[in-house]
Design a protein around this ligand. Structure first.
Ligand code: ME8
Length: 527
């Protein structure tokens, strides 16, 4: 594992309020950032908003606002939402900030000077919602955007172009590195759909609207919003600025693992064009471009016209952060598309958080109170096969979890933890502490059982800490831990010996299925 980690989300368009899709990506990035920090990796986590482009200008005009007024309002709402969700980002970049604009202008000038960019004429199709250029073949006879399916507009204008073919071969070397683009299916999609058919030079300026970063060498042009946006990943770190210490620490350095999290809708820009821009700037490549899947509802992709866009707020207000985070990481296999259904949402909470984990914590700690006056018995080696097996299981789970998390297989890693919790519940059923407690002869065995269970509660809580950010501390507190807990403490089998438990409340309350289904159906629509 590298010493440092730089993790980013896409910078979202403030052309509408954040919905569950944006929330999903930001929460997954937050879980990775918290996991890395938990493991002692120095981590920098960036998110932000992508504020230029034709779509923003059109939206602002419709409301009678200047584009700046318009984006100020929505960017503030994004920031408020992330605060409420306790997202642990270190910075929030906005592409209308001076620190970003300066870098984009300099990069553009440099590309011009190097001959990477030339002036030509663009003739083709433009999708305003996706801010993407397409050819005749790509839009087909119906003239629809291949990404979002909406009608495209004919564009004919003088434009600057980036010479893609100059960098394609060099970029392909990185592209072929294992896991540079992940999952593998996304990598093949890029190769087959875009690279193999031949890549046109990319149009990198627009003249038909003005809401963008003006090109000083030719002021009737503004920088194409995707070139502008991608640069956020380095402008936020102070690239080309007087103080570039963060850039040196979190980009220009082999000790740092750079992870871009992006949705499948924007993988083309991140896996093909962004590496080329970086090559042209003679900068290192990210380690991983992780393409996560899209969240849908039963009636397909979330879209305003279908009226099925889900708002995160009502879910947080009623169920809290842990439930939403847990549901998203566990139910939507990270890297694949997933469908949000209210039924599965409630079931996941009831089955996993209430019955499995919450129940293990509450009932076991109550047993320790009853049998040992609330003092956790000392850890001892397993007496019988079943006891040795559960002790081994703890260590196996820790190493599987670490391997999966390091590989960004977040859903599988979470599942491993839950399997351990489930095994602990089954261990209790098999050992029947209530029967052991009936006879003085079995006191040593009972002590061992309860210390094993306390240890599993401790370990699983530490492994779930990046997800259950509201409750993990409560559990450490119930266990009677008073000092600051470190991740490596889970390897110390004697860590909990003789600690005195504190009183504990029910961690996660059982949800009434019918009532909650009604609540969700009535409330989650994004307006
Ligand atoms: O594309 N499910 O911004 P954007 C899961 N500004 N994730 C979703 C989602 C869904 N249904 N809908 C959106 C842009 N997302 C550009 C990015 S980056 C230099 C510029 C998430 O507001 C997902 O991560 O359209 C997707 O890639 C991103 O939001 C797109 O956000």
């Amino acid at each position: 594992m590298k010493k440092r980690c730089y993790i980013t989300t896409p910078i979202y368009y403030p052309s509408g309020n954040a919905h569950l899709g944006h929330t999903y990506c930001t929460i997954m990035a937050d879980i990775i950032a918290r996991y890395k920090r938990n493991r002692g990796v120095e981590t920098y986590f960036l998110t932000g908003t992508d504020e230029h482009g034709q779509k923003i200008q059109n939206n602002a005009e419709k409301l009678g606002l200047t584009p700046q007024q318009y984006v100020d309002g929505i960017a503030a709402k994004f920031q408020d939402l992330w605060k409420e969700l306790k997202i642990s980002n270190d910075d929030f970049i906005r592409t209308t900030q001076e620190r970003h604009i300066k870098v984009v202008s300099e990069v553009f000038s440099r590309f011009l000077k190097q001959g990477d960019i030339y002036l030509g004429n663009y003739e083709g199709w433009y999708c305003v919602p996706c801010e993407s250029f397409w050819t005749n073949v790509q839009v087909g006879e119906d003239h629809l955007c291949p990404d979002c399916g909406r009608p495209v507009n004919k564009a004919r204008e003088e434009s600057y172009f980036f010479k893609c073919n100059k960098y394609l071969d060099i970029v392909l070397e990185d592209f072929e590195k294992p896991k540079f683009v992940f999952p593998e299916s996304r990598k093949n999609e890029m190769l087959n759909n875009f690279i193999k058919p031949g890549l046109d030079d990319l149009c990198v300026s627009r003249t038909s609207f003005s809401w963008g970063i003006q090109i000083k060498e030719n002021p009737k042009h503004v920088v194409y919003v995707w070139l502008d946006a991608l640069i956020n990943y380095i402008s936020a770190l102070g690239y080309l600025s007087d103080d570039d210490s963060l850039f040196k620490k979190f980009w220009d350095n082999d000790d740092v693992e750079i992870i871009h999290l992006v949705g499948a809708d924007i993988s083309r820009f991140h896996t093909i064009y962004w590496p080329m821009f970086l090559k042209a700037l003679n900068l290192r490549q990210p380690d991983r471009i992780f393409v996560h899947g899209l969240l849908m509802t039963k009636d397909g992709k979330m879209s305003k016209s279908k009226g099925n866009v889900i708002a995160p707020q009502p879910l947080i207000d009623r169920y809290g952060l842990d439930c939403l985070r847990y549901y998203l990481i566990r139910e939507i296999n990270f890297g694949s598309d997933g469908v949000f259904t209210p039924e599965q949402f409630i079931e996941r909470i009831n089955v996993d958080l209430v019955n499995n984990y919450g129940n293990l914590v509450n009932r076991s700690l109550n047993m320790i109170k009853k049998y040992f006056d609330g003092v956790i018995p000392q850890y001892v080696e397993g007496i019988k096969e079943i006891d040795k097996a559960i002790q081994d299981e703890v260590l196996k789970t820790i190493s599987k979890y670490e391997e999966l998390m390091d590989d960004l297989k977040l859903s599988e890693a979470t599942n491993e933890v839950m399997l351990l919790v489930d095994k602990a519940n089954k261990y209790i059923q098999a050992k029947e502490p209530w029967t052991l407690a009936k006879s003085e002869e079995n006191i040593d065995e009972l002590k061992m059982v309860m210390s094993n269970i306390a240890r599993i509660i401790f370990v699983s809580t530490m492994l779930l800490k990046p997800i259950i950010i509201e409750n993990y501390n409560k559990v450490f507190n119930y266990l009677g831990i008073e000092k600051e807990v470190k991740y490596k403490d889970i390897l110390d089998v004697h860590y909990l010996d003789n600690l005195k438990l504190k009183d504990c409340d029910i961690l996660y309350k059982r949800l009434n299925v019918n009532e909650e289904l009604q609540y969700i159906k009535d409330n989650i629509k994004q307006v």
